[in-house]
Ligand binder design. Structure first.
Ligand SMILES: [Zn+2]
Length: 346
């Protein structure tokens, strides 16, 4: 379905630039970039394709397709297609070189970004207890174990206060904006969101913000979402439960299923996939049992890909319309969930 776009001519002209561009595209997958731009899409039945409204032309019926494996897009409405660089050229009206420079800047974490993200996470953690609306939301989502909240370093972004807190500490406005903690208008990017720091090698690489209101539920800072959530503490287990949402992970940890990790969505990036395949293990895929079946479809496809790598997979079927979080919130307990694991399909 997707035309094969590449920059063969360009690469012939300039090999080093071509290699750098390939690395850049690996570092910042097209689908991740689009989702950071708030593009919403649904997966299509066969293969790693997604469809949604075209960000490049006005339309009411989705005709914009993304192939997450090939890292390419194509729109049947306006006929535009290509890779990440092409998308940035079209959407931001930049030249090829300008687009590469823009993406390089977005995907390169400045040297002191680790410290800033750490400070932001500490600040958000402190806010959690000061905001009853956040605690109420956690309660609604079935969270009651303060030890798990602390261990995952969960926090709350009330909005309108991080900028002052960090600039007082000497972090430049420019740096905060580049990291995405401030939006282009200079205001806190996270507003009324529960925050989960995503860590890798003990360092925070991104922040995930879950809105406590209905609109725009998910948000990350620019850049990669990193590997599997809390992988460092889960990788030791010969059996792993994989869920798609952090609130699924939290209730499972709370119920004693500490061998649960989370892919933050049903599409695994290359790094997450590699982590699962790192050593022989059994993986219980526990994606949402949503009404349109997209969670189950994604889980079937992932099971196939994992099996091809020699990994044993089981698909956990939740009651209709449930995700692991709602299963526990609506009265399910550890024993019942254990029965679901035992009944999981090969
Ligand atoms: Zn279009």
């Amino acid at each position: 379905m997707l035309a094969a776009f590449s920059y063969v001519g360009f690469q012939r002209e300039n090999c080093t630039v071509g290699e750098d561009v390939e690395k850049l595209k690996q570092r910042l997958p097209l689908l991740d970039y689009l989702q950071q731009q708030s593009w919403t899409a649904r997966p299509i039945a066969f293969g790693p394709e997604f469809v949604g409204l075209c960000p490049l032309h006005p339309e009411t019926r989705p005709s914009f397709y993304v192939n997450a494996c090939k890292n390419l897009f194509y729109c049947h409405g306006c006929g535009q297609g290509g890779d990440l660089i092409r998308f940035v050229q079209l959407s931001r009206h930049l030249s090829f070189r300008q687009s590469v420079a823009y993406l390089e800047q977005r995907s390169t974490v400045p040297t002191d970004s680790v410290a800033v993200l750490e400070q932001a996470a500490i600040f958000y953690q402190q806010q959690l207890e000061r905001h009853p609306e956040a605690l109420r939301y956690l309660q609604q989502r079935g969270l009651r174990d303060p030890a798990v909240i602390k261990e995952l370093r969960m926090g709350y972004a009330p909005g309108g206060s991080l900028r002052r807190h960090l600039t007082v500490q000497g972090y430049s406005f420019d740096l905060l904006q580049r990291l995405g903690l401030l939006n282009p208008q200079g205001c806190d990017a996270f507003y009324r969101r529960v925050i989960f720091p995503c860590c890798q090698g003990g360092r925070i690489v991104n922040l995930y913000g879950r809105s406590i209101a209905a609109a725009f539920a998910h948000q990350f800072l620019p850049g990669s979402k990193g590997g599997l959530f809390a992988w460092e503490s889960v990788r030791q287990f010969p059996t792993v439960i994989l869920v798609e949402g952090l609130f699924d992970l939290v209730v499972l940890w709370q119920a004693g299923f500490r061998h649960t990790t989370c892919s933050l969505g049903t599409h695994l990036n290359a790094e997450q996939f590699q982590q699962l395949c790192g050593c022989p293990r059994t993986i219980y895929l526990t994606f949402d049992g949503d009404a349109n079946g997209s969670g189950q479809q994604a889980s079937q496809q992932l099971a196939q890909r994992l099996r091809a790598q020699g990994i044993i997979t089981r698909r956990v079927i939740l009651p209709d319309g449930h995700d692991p979080n709602s299963f526990f919130v609506q009265g399910g307990d550890a024993r019942q969930f254990h029965s679901l694991l035992e009944a999981a399909q090969t």
